[in-house]
Design a protein around this ligand. Structure first.
Ligand code: FDA
Length: 311
């Protein structure tokens, strides 16, 4: 119930205004977001890399409604990749970027898919020049088909373009089968958006079971699985499955969000696993933050406690 209310709030303009103008909000956001500028993202990345972690940087923003804005987002990524390369942070793919298709134009009323494809290809070219990769995030269920089409199209020129599949969608085991091919980078997550029962599993246990099933498909296939979860049970399943199919530590990775289970991120990396931290930055943090609260009431409690202590 709380999850449904919060996911509704994540797309409400009225609630967005209320929260983003609250004086305390920016401090609280810092737990999950690197900062508002590329310089702040760079500073946090440098620290994470020094701690033995890999990073995927996301420039916050989604649902762009204007082609110029979509192009500006792509330009921001290109400039960011140049700065990361100049700082030596992209070597060996240590730091890559994550891009939301609607941030670069997918939702535009006209030529959305073409605009997003052109912008993502620009970002892929910059990533290639920097010696690293791009992963396209997966947004709500209505975007899955167009996002997978974008992936297929752009992978013709940039075969290391990665994508995300969400285990809460009923279709996802089939998508995992289709994408478990050589060179294919697939991030598996549970899914963070609202979706009707017709397309998504509602019960957490079912979503978890589906995650384990999808993980098995990816880990036994020839692609490069990126297991994005903080769930200790699923991480344990991944570890035993990877050992059973004799996957070496460099042939797959774990991924977690910045600010979520940081001690576990370091523990896994120290034990020899490749761990990538998803690091968002930018001023448009509202939707991202509310999805984090919908996932875990403790995150909401943290926010409310911070508000109370300030008042
Ligand atoms: P879940 O939220 O069910 O938590 C399972 C368990 O993990 C908890 O019971 C607890 O033990 C532990 N845990 C979780 N949060 C914790 C915390 N704050 N502190 C301590 N323990 C905690 N979604 C999407 O729809 N599209 C996308 O493109 C992406 N991209 C993405 C990238 C990366 C790198 C990650 C990690 C996640 C995403 N997501 C996403 C979000 C994803 O779909 C999902 O909503 C969150 O990862 C939360 O799901 P968990 O798998 O962590 O499990």
């Amino acid at each position: 119930m709380l999850r449904r209310v919060l996911l509704a709030a994540s797309v409400s303009q009225r609630v967005r205004k209320l929260v983003t103008t609250a004086p305390v909000a920016r401090d609280v956001v810092r737990r999950f977001v690197a900062g508002e500028t590329a310089a702040e993202a760079l500073a946090v990345t440098r620290q994470l890399v020094a701690d033995g972690l890999a990073v995927s940087i996301d420039h916050l923003g989604e649902d762009t409604t204007d082609p110029d804005q979509a192009a500006a987002v792509a330009a921001e990524y290109v400039a960011l990749l140049e700065r990361l390369a100049a700082a030596g942070l992209t070597t060996g793919g240590r730091t890559e970027v994550s891009v939301k298709p609607t941030a670069v134009g997918l939702g535009l009323p006209e030529h959305g898919e073409k605009t997003a494809a052109e912008n993502i290809a620009r970002i892929c070219a910059a990533a290639k020049a920097a010696g690293t990769t791009v992963t396209i995030d997966m947004e709500d269920h209505t975007r899955v088909e167009p996002t997978l089409r974008l992936l297929a199209e752009i992978r013709k020129d940039y075969p290391d373009l990665g994508c995300v599949l969400q285990s809460y969608l009923r279709r996802t085991p089939g998508d995992c089968e289709a994408l478990a091919v050589p060179g294919s980078r697939v991030r598996l997550c549970k899914g963070a958006y609202r979706a009707p029962d017709a397309v998504a599993l509602a019960a957490r246990t079912e979503v978890d079971r589906a995650y384990a099933r999808c993980m098995r498909i990816l880990l036994t296939g020839p692609g490069y699985p990126m297991l994005a979860t903080h769930d200790p049970r699923l991480i344990a399943v991944a570890q035993s499955l990877a050992a059973r199919v004799e996957r070496d530590a460099a042939s797959f990775e774990y991924q977690m969000l910045y600010g979520v289970r940081p001690a576990e991120q370091r523990r896994l990396a120290e034990a020899g696993a490749l761990v990538r931290v998803y690091l968002p930055y930018g001023s448009d943090w509202y939707g991202y933050l509310v999805r984090r609260m919908a996932e875990r009431p403790a995150n909401l409690a943290f926010f409310l406690r911070a508000l109370r202590s300030r008042n």
